[in-house]
Design a protein around this ligand. Structure first.
Ligand code: NAD
Ligand code: IPM
Ligand code: MN
Length: 363
């Protein structure tokens, strides 16, 4: 079969370290099933590229990427380049240009993962965050008036279009319906008296088309508290761009740590490539030391396999991650171990091969 063409933007800091391990995992899948092949094209874009060329990617970067089946990204941003430049000129512009309006972030406490709350059972942390990923608080629109003057004013506009709000909420209802799960909307209409009033209204309107889906709706402040106090309330969750960003870092802490948290930026219509990435950043504090946990990147590679329709292999990769955590002997320092990034990657690959072998023996 024709190989999937994957654009790799390893990016900054720990990005290249973790993405390398994800690529190894995808290559292992190709050895397990030679019909599933990947062709990786590496783009050297990021903050180092910026320091040499004064831009985060090639001028026609978006056009170059548009030819690929998907994008696999490490992390973007590093001290030396202002974050709003590095992120807007690479990561955020890709999400926007390719209309990757669905950001899927699982918050699942898998076997062997450690939840910092002592009284929580594993099954109680099993959420699927569906974050609006194309507009809202991340519209990028605003103004900076009277810079440096006494009457200085800064505006940062949120944009919630009918189309943008309806499509993400409908996607979430569809997901909850398919999975037989409840759907929770998280907003903030008490203070955000335009955007979130509209969001709540659309949530209710679209909900009329899904009478079988049980719903709940929380204000974001209360939701943050309840995610810690009673996480089992949350199954499928839909929320705005900024709230989804913040709550999924909270979710990552609940579900084993930021080193495990993966995300998929999906263009459901498949008009443009989707992008898979860990949700963490470039971690400048540990970059270049072999300490980065590659599991989030590997999990996002498993999301890519799901997206291509190879759910059986996506599942196998997750199983390998679980087995590694249950063994508990080859872990990076953030998980209490002493192993390096590549040692963890290597162990995941070994486990993956042994899972595949035992499955083929049993079939
Ligand atoms: P960060 O996620 O990079 O790091 C936060 C903390 O988590 C650090 O202590 C770091 O060491 C730790 N950490 C993160 N990933 C880890 C991993 N895989 N293994 C072990 N520990 C890990 O967040 P930050 O420090 O706020 O941001 C650093 C830079 O990354 C900034 O420039 C920021 O804008 C950028 N950023 C990029 C993305 C992205 O590309 N998707 C996401 C978040 C932040
Ligand atoms: C994430 C990141 C990005 C976001 C930043 C780096 C722009 O935090 O993917 O969670 O806010 O979406
Ligand atoms: Mn984030």
């Amino acid at each position: 079969m024709k190989p999937y063409n994957i654009a790799v933007i390893a990016g900054d800091g720990i990005g290249p370290e973790v993405i390398n391990e994800g690529i190894n995992v995808l290559n292992t899948i190709s050895t397990i099933n030679p019909d599933v092949q990947f062709d990786f094209t590496h783009f050297p874009w990021g903050c180092e590229f910026y320091s040499r060329h004064g831009k985060m990617m090639d001028e026609d970067g978006i056009e170059q990427l548009s030819a690929f089946d998907s994008i696999y990204l490490g992390a973007v941003g590093f001290p030396g380049v202002p974050d709003h430049i590095s992120l807007w000129d690479l990561l955020l512009i890709i999400r926007k240009s390719f209309d990757q309006y669905v950001n899927i972030r699982p918050v699942t406490l898998i076997k062997g993962a450690h939840c910092p709350l002592s009284d929580v059972q594993r099954e109680e942390v099993d959420m699927l965050f569906i974050r609006e990923n194309s507009e809202g608080e991340y519209s990028g629109a605003g103004d900076w008036l009277f810079k440096g003057k006494e009457n200085e004013v800064v505006l940062q506009n949120s944009v919630f279009s009918r189309k943008g709000t309806e499509r993400i909420i409908r996607y979430a209802y569809e997901t909850a319906k398919k999975q037989g799960k409840t759907l929770t909307s998280i907003s903030k209409a008490n203070a955000l008296n335009y955007s979130m009033v509209f969001w709540d209204q659309v949530f209710e309107e679209v909900g009329k088309e899904y009478p079988e889906v049980q719903t709940a709706s929380y204000l974001v402040d209360a939701a943050a508290m309840l995610m810690i106090k009673d996480p089992k309330r949350f199954e499928v969750v839909v929320t705005s761009n900024l709230f989804g960003d913040i709550l999924t870092d909270l979710g990552a802490a609940l579900a084993g740590g930021i080193g495990l948290a993966a995300g998929a930026n999906i263009n459901p219509e498949r008009e443009y490539p989707s992008m898979f990435e860990p949700i963490h950043g470039s971690a400048p504090d540990i970059a270049g030391q072999g300490k980065a946990n590659p599991l989030a990147s590997i999990w996002s590679a498993s999301q890519m396999l799901d997206f291509f329709g190879y759910e059986q292999y996506g599942k196998m990769v997750l199983e390998a991650i679980e087995q590694l955590l249950v063994e508990g002997t080859v872990l990076t320092p953030d998980m209490g171990g002493t192993a390096t990034t590549s040692e963890v990657g290597k162990r995941v690959n070994e486990l993956l091969v042994s899972i595949a072998t035992s499955k083929s023996v049993n079939n």
